[in-house]
Ligand binder design. Structure first.
Ligand code: ATP
Length: 221
């Protein structure tokens, strides 16, 4: 069965979510109060409708109550984003994802019942900053305020050495959960895994521990 989504606000962020969900074959109701944006998405989303999401009656009329997951991607107008989220919570929408514009906005959204608050500019900024620090840091995903998962290229200092030998868990307090080599992925690599050129490690841990691990073993001087 196709899952139903609604995307409110078709700027760059909401538009990209709408495109991707539609390409994956999902039913998407696209909502925006700007006619040009709606015209742009008419042939992309299953339904594209001009509506002001701060108007409860309009949302009810669109049958928003029957949608599994609503994504609120109104950025600049924080008041409209908050009001829309309150209306969706009141209507009992099970899953509400909202894009936050700043930390204060994020706090309010969490308080009023958004299930997931995303902060794409901040998160992407962090990922890019880590990649700028070292070309060996390929990706960075924040799990909480102080824990992350990173994808790193094996450092020269690690080549030919085993997981047991480097004892990353004991020495740095973080865990290597997988090692990729091209398309092959070795989940939970054994202690005798010997690192070779082209290995990509997926490491989970506290940010301070990951940072020590990166400084000592991954980032080249
Ligand atoms: P992005 O940062 O994702 O590129 P943007 O800067 O292009 O977004 P925003 O002002 O953040 O645009 O708004 C995103 C979309 O939300 C716009 O297309 C805008 O028309 C729409 N929008 C704003 N307020 C409402 C509202 N009350 N109801 C419906 N759509 C709205």
């Amino acid at each position: 069965m196709k899952r139903e989504f609604a995307v409110i606000g078709l700027g760059r962020f909401g538009g990209s979510i709408c495109r991707e969900l539609s390409m994956e074959g999902m039913e998407v109701l696209a909502i925006d109060n700007n006619e040009d944006r709606i015209n742009e998405f008419k042939n992309i989303a299953s339904h594209a409708v001009i509506a002001d999401s701060t108007d409860e009656a309009s949302l009810k009329e669109l049958g928003i109550k029957n949608i599994d997951h609503v994504i609120v991607a109104i950025g600049d107008d924080i008041q409209a984003s908050i009001l829309t989220t309150v209306i969706l919570t009141d209507l009992g929408i099970k899953k509400i994802t909202v894009k936050a514009q700043n930390d204060y906005h994020e706090k309010i959204l969490n308080k009023i019942g958004a299930n997931q608050v995303v902060h794409p500019e901040r998160d992407m900024g962090k990922r890019i900053a880590h990649n700028i620090i070292s070309n060996n840091i390929l990706d960075y995903l924040e799990l909480s305020d102080d824990h992350s998962i990173v994808e790193v290229k094996v450092g020269n200092k690690m080549l030919g050495r085993t997981l047991a030998d480097l004892d990353i868990r004991a020495n740095y307090g973080c865990n290597v959960v997988a090692v990729k080599q091209g398309k092959d992925i070795n989940v939970s690599p054994s202690a005798d895994h010997s690192f070779s050129e082209g290995d990509v490690l997926i490491v989970i841990g506290a940010d301070k521990d990951i940072s020590r691990f990166e400084k000592h073993l991954v980032i080249e001087d």
